[in-house]
Design a binder for this molecule. Structure first.
Ligand SMILES: Cc1cc2nc3c(=O)[nH]c(=O)nc-3n(C[C@H](O)[C@H](O)[C@H](O)COP(=O)(O)OP(=O)(O)OC[C@H]3O[C@@H](n4cnc5c(N)ncnc54)[C@H](O)[C@@H]3O)c2cc1C
Ligand code: SF4
Ligand code: SF4
Ligand code: SF4
Length: 369
């Protein structure tokens, strides 16, 4: 029997493992009738107009927590499993930075992701990209960027998940809700996302669900975990670490979480917080997630393994390889000269975090009823 949103509620929401990625709401076959939606951004989606549900099962199939299409995706992307291939298939590893000073200065690490998107827009290989606009240090707002100005506004890392998939749905042919998209026919899009978001997109592409055919390239971010702060937790966080949210200028995530604060009397203040100290702020659903390096992305990006102001890049697919090479050849991205020994060390470090994330999921799932 086809599993529907009713089953998602039982198997995902009621177990507390909904990642609030927005996949089910964005690509619901009956989306124009608002069958399902978010009441607020911090709890799983609900039935809003159940009578209009077609019981087609698309939402169930593309949810990253049901793993319904795992076998198909693994086959397609030549990925065996997390035990034998902890960081998934990749062709090459780099440590790079943007050559454009604006992207480098504003970027989370080396500013590589946004400068690459800008390059693709300028070459008209894409119309734009779904990125995440900085609001405050922990806030989230998915947005469409089609210019250098938009991209610079969306540089840097925001913790808490951004419901990018909802944003993609706005670009589908039948729900143009972003005014500027009504003025031209939207064809090719890049999407930046965490592993749970990219996984859902790959499921949609596997199922041929509109508008996933418009997604030209998936730029995946590494993600060990994400955080959820309500008002009282924010207060506690500020007190525990003697940090004022307003003073956070940048967040980097490498072997721990690094907060760069507004400089006091000309001195830059940097605070490192280990992941395990942040456990109480971790989103519950992240315990049930085992993909650290964004296995199904065309290119994966992280801070881990690279020095300050550099981004670690895993080149995975042929499409990713071609785009990345073109950007290097055009002088958009500068790569550090890595010895084989250094690459090996980077891969070991990334593998270590991937194994640790997979173990965390196994332990968590054991205790899940
Ligand atoms: C929630 C989260 C967790 C992460 N965890 C790790 C980690 O554990 N280890 C690690 O090595 N790296 C992690 N990263 C990736 C890292 O922080 C950088 O994003 C990556 O190295 C790219 O840096 P850059 O300077 O090249 O990117 P930039 O050029 O600065 O571009 C960053 C892009 O990411 C988008 N973005 C920012 N926040 C979000 C979000 N919440 N959801 C979707 N897109 C977003 C921005 O809009 C922008 O397009 C994480 C990123 C996020 C968003
Ligand atoms: S119409 Fe299909 S995709 Fe939408 S909620 Fe119902 S079963 Fe899920
Ligand atoms: S994880 Fe994503 S697709 Fe699955 S139920 Fe939650 S919001 Fe929907
Ligand atoms: S840890 Fe997994 S579920 Fe949580 S935000 Fe990252 S990719 Fe999504």
């Amino acid at each position: 029997m086809t599993k529907t949103f009713e089953d998602l509620i039982k198997e995902v929401h009621e177990k507390g493992i909904c990642q609030e990625c927005g996949g089910c709401t964005s690509f619901c076959s009956s989306a124009e009738y608002h069958v399902i939606g978010f009441k607020d951004p911090y709890s799983p989606p609900l039935y809003i107009n159940k009578d209009a549900c077609l019981e087609c099962g698309i939402c169930y199939l593309l949810c990253p927590q049901t793993h319904a299409l795992d076998e198909e995706l693994r086959k397609k992307y030549h990925f065996s499993d997390f035990t034998t291939m902890p960081i998934g298939p990749f062709q090459e590893i780099y440590s790079c930075q943007a050559t454009d000073r604006a992207f480098l200065d504003k970027g989370t690490d080396g500013g590589v992701v946004n400068s690459l998107i800008n390059f693709l827009i300028e070459r008209k290989q894409i119309d734009g990209a779904i990125v995440s606009k900085m609001d405050t240090a922990f806030s989230r707002e998915a947005t469409f960027a089609d210019s250098k100005h938009d991209l610079l506004q969306a540089s840097g890392t925001k913790l808490e998940i951004a419901s990018h998939l909802d944003e993609i749905q706005k670009f589908s042919t039948y729900t143009h809700s972003i005014p500027k998209l009504n003025h031209y026919k939207f064809k090719k899009l890049a999407v930046v996302g965490t592993p749970c978001q990219i996984y859902t997109i790959k499921c949609m592409q596997e199922l041929g669900v509109t508008p996933s055919e418009n997604i030209e390239i998936c730029l995946g971010l590494f993600c060990y975990e994400n955080f959820f702060f309500d008002k009282s937790q924010l207060q506690k966080f500020e007190n525990d670490y003697n940090i004022k949210l307003a003073d956070i200028e940048k967040i980097n995530i490498k072997e721990d979480v690094i907060f760069k604060l507004k400089s006091e009397e000309g001195r830059e203040k940097i605070i490192h917080i280990p992941f395990n100290h942040l456990d109480k702020y971790m989103r519950a659903a992240c315990h049930a997630c085992n993909d650290f390096t964004n296995i199904y992305a065309d290119l994966s990006f992280g801070g881990l393994g690279s020095p300050d102001k550099y981004t670690t890049v895993l080149v995975r697919t042929e499409k990713g390889k071609k785009i990345f090479k073109e950007a290097i050849d055009a002088g958009i991205i500068r790569c550090a000269d890595l010895s084989e020994e250094k690459k090996k060390k980077m891969i070991e470090l990334i593998t270590h975090f991937s194994i640790s994330k997979n173990k965390r999921k196994i332990e968590f799932m054991k205790n899940l009823t």
